[in-house]
Design a protein around this ligand. Structure first.
Ligand SMILES: C[C@@](CO)(OP(=O)(O)O)[C@H](O)COP(=O)(O)OP(=O)(O)OC[C@H]1O[C@@H](n2ccc(N)nc2=O)[C@H](O)[C@@H]1O
Ligand SMILES: Nc1ncnc2c1ncn2[C@@H]1O[C@H](COP(=O)(O)OP(=O)(O)O)[C@@H](O)[C@H]1O
Length: 300
């Protein structure tokens, strides 16, 4: 056991987000095709007198530092399973836009879990870790595994997917955030008869073969109309990225980050520059996918 462990965890984009009707538990059944992208949060855990969370980086002021933080909840859940007092300092270095539909909070939950497991030497099995992740949130299991996966149920039941190449993305970070439950509520209002969600075979094939144009032609997000309804100016951001040459433009998950798939690295930089100059977003970030899931940087 070492005194400090740092874990790096990627963001995600949903290349397909098919959403069904609301279930009796309030969640929605999904066909959620997750793709991990190379924008990262780092979670560092250090032994301390009591559980404490600190956060640095863009948007850190919007991250709760109390027990509602997903990193704190992850430490508490693992500690409770093994009868360990959760006396740790969790420090989060944010690289993933906060409340942006890129699963930053989920990344921190998965990262804290892996970091505490290494710090405490609990050696929880992959199944146990995935179980705790699912308890923390629908997106958290994917943050642990990374790569690409089809999430069914509320998104927590994962089936790994093959990815045959590198995809080049631009992410436009919006001014402000969107609440995930509010976007799902707006989806319900706009889509009274949502059909059962199904993954698109053509999209899965595009991922498998690493075919950017085919992925661009098949990527869809059923939450996009709801996100646009609550945040209408996102339409201007999508239009600016498309005008600059993006092959596909879509809202990332529940938004308000928008995602632009581009032909190659040069095109990604061109689209990012155009988005920044357009004044329709706060900042634009270039990243590639797939990316590895939660990974220990300093060994425990
Ligand atoms: C929309 C998605 C797409 O990947 O991600 P984000 O864009 O928020 O990152 C996810 O479904 C968000 O997953 P996550 O943020 O983990 O949600 P949870 O904590 O499990 O649930 C928060 C709330 O979202 C709604 N929710 C979430 C998942 C789901 N399948 N159906 C839902 O209706 C519920 O209102 C729930 O109370
Ligand atoms: N470690 C965390 N980092 C960011 N947000 C967190 C964290 N823990 C809890 N939250 C809460 O989760 C909400 C959603 O944030 P985030 O996970 O970044 O976005 P999204 O769910 O859109 O992908 C935030 O508004 C915040 O209140």
């Amino acid at each position: 056991m070492s005194a400090t462990v740092t874990v790096r965890v990627p963001a995600k984009v949903n290349v397909q987000l098919a959403v069904g009707a609301a279930r009796s538990d309030g969640f929605h059944d999904l066909a959620n095709v997750f793709l991990a992208v190379g924008l990262y949060d780092e979670v560092t855990v250090t032994a301390a007198d009591e559980l404490r969370v600190t956060c640095e980086g863009p948007g850190a002021d919007q991250v709760p530092l109390d027990r509602t933080n997903l990193a704190a909840r992850a430490a508490e859940l693992l500690a409770a399973r093994y009868g360990i007092p959760p006396r740790v300092h969790l420090h989060i270095a944010k690289g993933i836009p906060v409340a942006g539909g890129m699963a930053g909070g989920s990344a921190d939950g998965a990262g804290a879990l892996v970091a505490c497991d290494a710090l405490w030497g609990t050696q929880a099995s992959r199944e146990e870790l995935l179980d705790i992740c699912a308890e923390l949130g629908s997106d958290v299991p994917f943050s642990l595994v990374g790569g690409a996966a089809l999430g069914t149920g509320r998104g927590e039941k994962l089936q790994p997917l093959e990815v045959g190449g590198t995809f080049h993305w631009v992410f436009a970070v919006a001014d402000g955030g969107l609440s995930t439950p509010a976007v799902y509520r707006e989806f319900d209002r706009l889509t009274p008869d949502a059909p059962a969600p199904e993954a698109s075979p053509a999209l899965l094939e595009a991922l498998r073969t690493g075919d950017t144009e085919a992925l661009a032609a098949t990527a869809t997000n059923d939450l996009q109309p709801a996100a646009l309804s609550l945040f209408p100016s996102l339409a201007d951001t999508l239009a600016a990225g498309t005008a600059a040459g993006a092959l596909a433009a879509l809202v990332s998950g529940s938004g308000p980050t928008t995602a632009f798939l581009t032909a190659d690295a040069a095109s990604a930089h061109k689209v990012a520059d155009a988005l920044t100059a357009s004044g329709t977003c706060r900042t634009a970030r270039v990243a590639t996918s797939p990316a590895r899931g939660a990974q220990v940087l300093t060994p425990g």
